[in-house]
Design a protein. Structure first.
Length: 285
């Protein structure tokens, strides 16, 4: 274990965020710095992975290993990093368009495999970087650059998808509620398995200056008697229209992909320890 005591500022890179003034992602980034400091994550043992989009710029602002990859491809890359270096803390980040539209298939398979990594989705209900088109999370009826007369599509709930896909830890927060975002980020990183944190992160440029005020007015918290191990109970807090319920919706423990791969590894060793390259290739013929 490193003897260095890390502070939040130690995780800041030399790059300055280029997000629009008032963007909700600033709150997510600052909460991430605080969570990493409280967990004392070693930068050299931490990897941030993203796709493409406004929020996917985040790895460049964190003093760890980072990959700003292809649109929708953060999770397969994060899976590869974790599978090859299980000792690393791997955090994937991105927006709702990046993760649910072109990246939706990867979201499903990463969740069902339950690999031990964290996925933080900054959900602004719009395509921000490409100038304000409707996204999978854009509410029905909303007027955007691509839906002049109103969005005809029903929106999806990222938390509902995550639970349905098999994620073992699912939570929701609002980027304006920094204290809760810090606590949930810590819990997500500490969870053994695939953890998904959906953070409602307003886009003031394309969704309006009143977004923070409107979301804060809808903000609610899970009741004290909520059972996070009850899948049905967790799903009751999805597809909400008049509320944004924050907290850990779902939290269960089951074997992760990392665990299952190690079992297979041990079985293979018993059959043939240290096979040559040719012997490994010959198994495919």
């Amino acid at each position: 274990m490193s003897e260095t005591i890390y502070k939040a500022n130690d995780y800041k890179s030399d790059l300055k965020p280029v997000w629009c003034p008032g963007c909700g992602d600033f709150g997510v980034l600052n909460a991430l710095y605080k969570a990493m400091a409280e967990l004392q994550l070693v930068p050299a043992n931490t990897v941030m992975v993203s796709g493409i989009g406004c929020s996917s710029r985040l790895p460049g602002y964190v003093e760890t290993y980072g990959i700003n990859s292809l649109h929708g491809r953060a999770l397969p890359l994060a899976t590869g990093v974790k599978a090859s270096s299980p000792e690393f803390t791997v955090i994937a980040v991105g927006g709702d368009g990046d993760g649910i539209a072109i990246g939706g298939n990867h979201f499903m398979h990463t969740a069902r495999r339950n690999i031990d990594l964290t996925y933080i989705m900054m959900d602004n209900e719009i395509y921000g970087l490409t100038k304000g088109q409707a996204a999978p999370t854009t509410p029905i009826g909303d007027k955007t650059k691509s839906t002049t007369y109103g969005n005809p599509d029903h929106a999806v709930d990222p938390c509902e998808l995550a639970i349905s896909f098999g994620a073992t830890w699912v939570a929701r927060a609002f980027s304006g509620d920094i204290k809760l975002v810090v606590e949930l980020t810590k819990k997500a990183i500490q969870h053994k398995g695939f953890s998904f944190l959906n953070i409602i992160s307003p886009c003031v440029t394309w969704r309006g200056d009143d977004q923070f005020k409107e979301i804060r007015a809808k903000l609610a918290y899970l009741p004290a008697d909520h059972d996070p191990t009850d899948r049905s109970a967790a799903l009751r807090y999805t597809r909400e229209k008049d509320k944004v319920t924050s907290g850990v919706l779902y939290d269960v423990i089951t074997s992760s992909l990392d665990d299952e791969m190690e079992v297979i590894h041990q079985k293979a060793i018993k059959v043939k320890n240290n096979p040559t390259f040719q012997e490994m290739i010959s198994t495919f013929y």
